[in-house]
Design a protein around this ligand. Structure first.
Ligand code: UD1
Ligand code: CA
Length: 471
């Protein structure tokens, strides 16, 4: 976590807009990158950078936005309502009118800019403090500046004003220096300037950006150069995809730098709440979603998709395994092509192999479910072998029932266990058995039709079948 700026400042984050360009029913700021809402990335940045208070202006979809923020940040964020979305200047007006006590330096940020580094906010605050400017802003240069407000400077190179894309003259449209949208403004100045805004522009809105011209004519403006890669604003689905892929790449690089063996920086996908310890290995196209924890020495091989999974030390997850809400124990091995459904708990050194599916099942230490089996609603003890093609028949069409397999049991291939049923310690179930009754400790259970063998019959049978076949 970055060190906090020395200065005392408050953040105002604008998140009341609808985001019509997203063509989505969800409020724009709730669209996610790396499993976290756009606005939450911005709030996190403000908190990391050391904001004393963090006010978020909400409006469109406010119930959902407030729920997201209060679940994630609790008391650390305060919400302010903007009843009608009359522009970014109006949004700031709502915040400062609602909060008489807001003073010092106010940092205004847009809730749709999810890549801003905390360090840049601190630099902006520090520079504004040092120069005692009425307004500090960040600018950036962009080969294709369309959509962004342009920075207009005078002959001496000082910032004069910001002109919105829609309000630009043809000459202004050619300006490549843009407004990414982060400002540090003295509270006293901001209050006065906001009161003077007028909606004389292409959108008939109150533009926060007009405050820059007021600051330039009345006082002191300081500007700082930023890197546009950090400052992308999300207005449509393409912007969202671009921001998500930048974030994804950065997270992969950070992991690699921390000591995780990342096979392919371009395809590792990890959500923000996941944790991977140094010394783990993550293959190409691995997706870690929700809250995953991957401990040191664990290997997650190519193409695995894990959601809320804990992978303990030295476990191996072989290619193309899909696992959800599960735990993979120390030194355990899963896959290739296994499917662990919710509430699977694999003990240390256990194995679940190819094309096996598990659900709500504990597998004891060293036990194996190696091939093509379904184990659902099961409790499997220690040192158990489940043979190929075994099915826990857990569902009778109305209810789910439990199958218990005690320590040291051997289940032969192609066994069906009709739950509820228990196979006691050390018992042996022969291949092809349908287990309907509990099997006592140490017993052998066997249910098979006796085999009939007719010598030399194969050729006769083939001939008969051939004659039956229509020409
Ligand atoms: C804004 C800037 C533009 C800048 C760009 C950077 C203005 C007028 N323009 O344009 O100079 O280059 O961001 O990304 O500020 N919002 C509200 N209430 C409103 C309107 C908007 O809270 O009434 C919020 C939105 O939820 C959004 C943010 O303010 O999070 C920015 O609004 P948006 O409409 O995306 O502004 P841009 O057109 O991108
Ligand atoms: Ca925007």
């Amino acid at each position: 976590m970055p060190t906090h700026s020395q200065a005392n400042w408050n953040a105002i984050i604008l998140a009341a807009g609808e985001g019509t360009r997203m063509k989505s029913s969800r409020p724009k700021v709730l669209h996610e990158i790396a499993g976290r809402a756009l606005v939450s990335w911005v709030v996190q940045t403000a908190l990391d950078a050391g904001a004393s208070r963090c006010l978020v202006v909400v409006g469109h979809g406010r119930d959902d936005v407030e729920r997201e923020l209060s679940t994630r940040f609790g008391e650390r964020v305060e919400m302010v309502l903007q009843p009608e979305q009359r522009g970014t200047g109006d949004a700031v007006r709502c915040a400062i009118e609602a909060e008489d006590a807001l003073d010092g330096r106010l940092v205004v940020l847009y809730g749709d800019c999810p890549l801003i580094p905390a360090r840049l906010l601190q630099n902006l605050v520090d520079r504004s403090e040092q120069t005692n400017a009425d307004l500090g802003l960040v600018t950036a240069t962009l080969a294709n500046p369309s959509g962004y407000g342009r920075i207009v400077r005078n002959g001496a190179g000082s910032v004069l004003r910001i002109v919105e894309d829609r309000d630009c003259s043809p000459d202004q449209l050619a300006i490549e220096e843009v407004n990414p949208g982060l400002y540090a403004v003295g509270a006293g100045f901001l209050r006065k300037a906001i009161a003077e805004l007028t909606p004389e522009n292409a959108q008939g809105q109150l533009y926060l950006t007009d405050v820059v011209e007021l600051a330039a004519t009345r006082g002191e403006v300081v500007d700082l150069e930023g890197d546009m890669a950090d400052l992308t604003g999300v207005n449509d689905q393409r912007d969202l995809a671009v921001a998500a892929s930048t974030r994804r790449r950065r997270m992969a690089e950070e992991l690699a730098r921390s000591g995780v063996a990342v096979t392919d920086l371009d395809t590792l996908y990890m959500e923000a709440a996941c944790e991977v310890e140094p010394g783990a290995m993550l293959g190409a196209n691995v997706h870690l979603r929700g809250h995953c924890v991957v401990r040191a020495g664990a290997h997650i091989d190519v193409g695995c998709v894990l959601t809320n999974v804990v992978v303990e030390k030295d476990a191996k997850v072989l290619p193309y395994t899909v696992a959800t809400d599960s735990t993979i124990g120390e030194g355990a091995q899963v896959g290739p092509f296994s499917h662990l459904r919710p509430q699977t708990d694999l003990g240390p050194r256990s194995k679940v192999g190819n094309f096996s599916e598990t659900k709500k099942t504990t597998v004891g230490p060293g036990s194996k479910v190696n091939h093509l089996s379904y184990v659902g609603d099961g409790v499997i003890g220690e040192g158990v072998n489940i043979g190929a093609g075994t099915i826990f028949c857990n569902y009778d069409g109305a209810q789910k029932h439990t199958t218990v397999i005690e320590d040291g049991v051997f289940i032969g291939s192609d066994t069906q266990l009709i739950a509820p049923v228990t196979v006691k310690k050390g018992a042996y179930v022969a291949s092809g058995t349908t287990v309907t009754d509990d099997v006592p400790e140490g017993a052998l259970a066997l249910s098979r039709v006796k085999q009939e063998t007719k010598q030399g019959y194969a050729a006769r049978l083939r001939e008969r079948l051939r004659r039956k076949k229509k020409p």
